[in-house]
Design a protein around this ligand. Structure first.
Ligand code: NAD
Length: 814
């Protein structure tokens, strides 16, 4: 099959899902034609136009950069169908009605490109039935593509083939959804609600049922069934409110309508809970209508009282004893819960037992293997572990016995026994469904390995399920490690692997530094580790990559260390520490091998400064980047302002313009407001990423792309930049910025302390008391940074801000 390039996508349906799927496509630079029904009047594509406008107001933001909306083109079916010919992929996301979808397919079929893939985002309709309505030649290019709401943020996408879907096309689509859209793909069977919603919604219903049996309130249930249980923080009832109670009721109805007690022994537990029906009938549909199981009034969260139909005071928490139990290692945790006598403990055990029971009984019918089911629950429902993982970790046979005893005693949701494979054969022998050879597939009666599409070679550290591999959850050879940093080397891959120890192999070897201090703060140990890594990289490797396996780059300098130094040694001690930090940053910038920062999650303060000093940045789409020092009453002091001033001067010089202020204004405003980007593209617009920095959609591809970039830089004859003088904006520009600050101060928008901090920031950024255009060295500006930093740190208002940040984690406005 020729390469599958997705040049343009048509999304049919500009509702909740269609519009947000379209937004995510443009986030990753895939242009979209967004279709909806035509409306009478001068703008027949008004529904799609309004949906595109509406995207800018939805929270959490579907668009990574509001500006990306320009790549969404509104269309309607009456005039624009011919444009489908340019689309390589068509995603249908119209209202959930079989007859409407079928009618639309008839309409679009004549206009499709002969190679286009067509996929439906239906959450409940049969993909096979939808396919049957298509002309024969289209059926091999049709499948289900089930996104989760909100599609930008939810990892899971289920792909559902029919018997006729061409395997090569499905592989091509999986590759696109994985690498370009950054999603986690699971292939599901064409059964009602597919895998994640089937197991997730059955679990939600079962949880509500157990809560009612045991007389527990919604708030206590949510406290117990959220983070403490290793599940999404919104627990059970608030999750329902967020999803929308009408949407939930709809998914439940699909279970009721498409299944029967003969097909599914759990059928009785799919009854719509009475209070859910009441709330839907009253139009209290959850978050979108302002009230559901909970209602927020001012700062209070009220809870629906089914007895009276009113909202009453909520916020009740679970007993602390269960929170402690839930922190115990899995085998002990499950044993304690199984023996618990209090209502909350019995509830927790019942919830877990039901989830194991349901997953085991239904695995063969709905999924290919246990790994797929577990990943669906992690990626689609925010669980830390899928049901099989927890079961296996807690001790497969012991838990199986406890569950079966409950089934026999009539305590479970139904009397269906656990399948035979739970108790005898390969699973029982291996102590669970996940093994290093693969995960259990009841249909194949074997452990099957994850799919090996070439796209997965881009995940150097792939997602693992519990039990699937032996040994530590890390790759590479550790060269040195402490609590703050691990420095390790990546085994050569591809053609490099064949080079052995030759000089050519050395030219491919990349060293990786993984910061692992709490919140990845940059304390003395991290800085020492980075220096050591740089020395080593220059001696024996072609490049250094700074990457961490968890979802954060660095929250910045270690404030605790800074404050400690101030208390013990006064301002002089802090200045010395700061000088060290600046030296490390300069060492990064002038290293003789390229240093690539792999950014993800928080990239704040000193973390942002570190990134700015690297030769290149590779950023995951979800990167939250900013110089936030103003929030603790400081200015960036590790070279961040110097870097911004230098970059502004370089851009001004390249543009031929003498007026430097225009190039500084955005950086100044971002740092003065401590703005943090809400995505990597926004980080670029704030000036924290360069034009040739790379944005990566899939978090698990970040390391691979960073390594590729590092190798490419090295192979292209990398030379460190030469220290050069550059022009500063000077005292006139600084006065202009001060003027703007004064207006803000007089308008009451910023405090006196904000004014002082931002004023110093302006002074440093503009080069202090110099004429416009005066050439300076980096050392000159670095000294200004240190002086401003020391001046601010000595002030009680700044110290109060630091203390507040350390004790509450939030900035203090003083
Ligand atoms: P929605 O009601 O927000 O949007 C549906 C869109 O379909 C509207 O823009 C409407 O104008 C259009 N439409 C209505 N009748 C039509 C017709 N006869 N022909 C063409 N277009 C028509 O719905 P949604 O929540 O975005 O759901 C869309 C699809 O996505 C459904 O199949 C749903 O099951 C699925 N889905 C929804 C969610 C969710 O959480 N909402 C999650 C995953 C999948």
């Amino acid at each position: 099959m020729p390469q599958f390039h997705v040049r343009k996508v048509a999304v049919l349906g500009a509702g909740v899902m269609g519009a947000q799927i379209a937004a995510h496509l443009v986030n990753v630079r895939v242009p979209v034609l967004l279709f909806d029904l035509s409306t009478p009047g001068p703008v027949p594509q008004a529904i799609a136009v309004r949906a595109i406008e509406g995207l800018k107001k939805i929270k959490p933001a579907p668009l990574a950069l509001a500006d990306a909306a320009q790549h969404l083109h509104a269309a309607h079916y009456d005039a624009d169908l011919t444009q489908l010919r340019d689309c390589d992929l068509v995603i249908e996301a119209i209202a959930e009605r079989m007859d409407w979808k079928l009618a639309l397919y008839q309409r679009i079929a004549p206009h499709l490109a002969p190679h286009a893939i067509v996929a439906s985002n239906t959450s409940g309709l049969s993909i096979t039935q939808l396919s049957a309505a298509l002309p024969q030649e289209l059926r091999e290019r049709f499948c289900g593509i089930h996104f989760f709401n909100p599609p930008r943020y939810m990892t899971l996408v289920e792909l559902i083939p029919t018997a006729e879907t061409a395997p090569a096309l499905l592989d091509a689509l999986e590759t696109f959804v994985t690498s370009t859209l950054g999603k986690g793909v699971v292939r599901a069977k064409d059964t009602p609600n597919f895998i994640a919603n089937r197991v997730g919604v059955a679990g939600l219903l079962a949880t509500m049922l157990e809560a009612r049996k045991l007389g527990l309130g919604y708030d206590v249930v949510d406290d117990l069934s959220g983070k403490k249980l290793g599940r999404a923080g919104s627990g059970t009832f608030r999750t329902a409110d967020v999803v929308g109670l009408d949407t939930l009721a709809h998914v439940i109805r699909t279970l009721q309508d498409t299944l029967s007690p003969e097909q599914d022994p759990f059928y009785a537990s799919y009854a719509t809970p009475a209070e859910l029906a009441t709330l839907v009938q009253r139009g209290q549909l959850g978050q979108k209508t302002g009230a559901g199981f909970f209602r927020k009034v001012g700062r209070d969260i009220l809870r629906f009282d089914p007895a009276t139909g009113d909202y009453v005071a909520g916020g009740q928490k679970a007993d602390a004893v269960y929170a402690r139990m839930l922190q115990r290692p899995a085998p002990e945790r499950l044993r304690l819960l199984h023996q618990a006598e209090g209502a909350q403990g019995r509830f927790l055990w019942a919830v877990l037992r039901n989830s194991f029971h349901y997953a085991a009984v239904h695995l063969e019918g709905i999924a290919d293997n246990a790994r797929d089911l577990d990943l669906c629950m992690r990626w689609g429902f925010g669980m830390e572990q899928g049901p099989f993982e927890l079961w296996q970790e807690a001790g497969w046979s012991a838990v199986a016995q406890m569950v079966q005893q409950d089934i026999d005693a009539g305590l479970a949701l139904c009397r269906a026994p656990l399948p035979d494979w739970v108790f005898a054969g390969p699973v029982a022998d291996a102590g669970g469904v996940h093994t290093p050879q693969g995960s259990w597939s009841p249909a194949a009666r074997a452990f099957v390995a994850p799919r090996t599409l070439p796209v997965y070679a881009r995940q150097i550290v792939p997602q693992r399920v519990y039990g699937a591999s032996q040994g530590p959850a890390r790759v590479g050879q550790t060269l040195f490690e402490n609590a703050a940093i691990r420095v390790w080397s990546l085994p050569p891959t591809g053609p490099a692997a064949a080079l052995g120890d030759s000089g050519d192999a050395l030219a491919q070897r990349v060293l990786v530094a993984s910061i692992q201090s709490k919140m990845h703060t940059l304390g003395p140990e991290v800085l020492r580790g980075l220096l050591q890594a740089l020395d080593l990289a220059e001696r024996e490797y072609c490049a250094l990559v700074i990457w961490s396996p968890d979802a954060i780059f660095s929250a910045g300098a270690d404030l605790q260390v800074l404050l400690g130094a101030l208390m013990q040694g006064g301002v002089a001690a802090v200045t010395a520490a700061q000088q060290q930090m600046q030296d490390v940053m300069q060492r990064v910038r002038y290293a003789s091998v390229p240093v690539v920062a792999a950014l993800r999650g928080l990239v704040l303060g000193g973390g942002c400064e570190l990134a700015l000093h690297c030769s290149r940045r590779v950023a995951h789409l979800e990167s939250y980047v900013g110089l936030v020092e103003v929030g603790v009453g400081l200015v960036p002091g590790a070279g961040g302002l110097t870097a911004l001033a230098r970059r502004a001067a370089e851009r001004a010089a390249a543009s031929g313009q003498k007026e430097l202020l225009a190039f500084l204004q955005d950086s100044f405003s971002a740092a003065a407001k401590a703005s943090v980007s809400t995505s990597a593209p926004e980080a670029r617009s704030l000036g924290y990423l360069d034009a040739d920095d790379v944005v990566v959609a899939h978090a698990d591809e970040l390391l691979f792309v960073a390594v590729q970039q590092a190798r490419a830089l090295a192979a292209s004859g990398y030379r460190a930049p030469l220290p050069a003088r550059f022009a500063v904006a000077g005292r006139g520009a600084s006065a202009t910025l001060h003027g703007a600050l004064l207006n803000l101060r007089e308008g009451g928008f910023i405090s006196a302390h904000d004014y002082r901090v931002a004023g110093l920031l302006a002074d440093v950024l503009c080069g202090g008391d110099l004429d416009a255009g005066t050439p300076v060295t980096e050392s000159y500006l670095l000294a200004l940074e240190r002086a401003a930093f020391a001046e601010l740190l000595a002030l009680p208002a700044t110290q109060d801000r630091i203390m507040a940040m350390l004790s509450t984690g939030k900035p203090l406005r003083n």
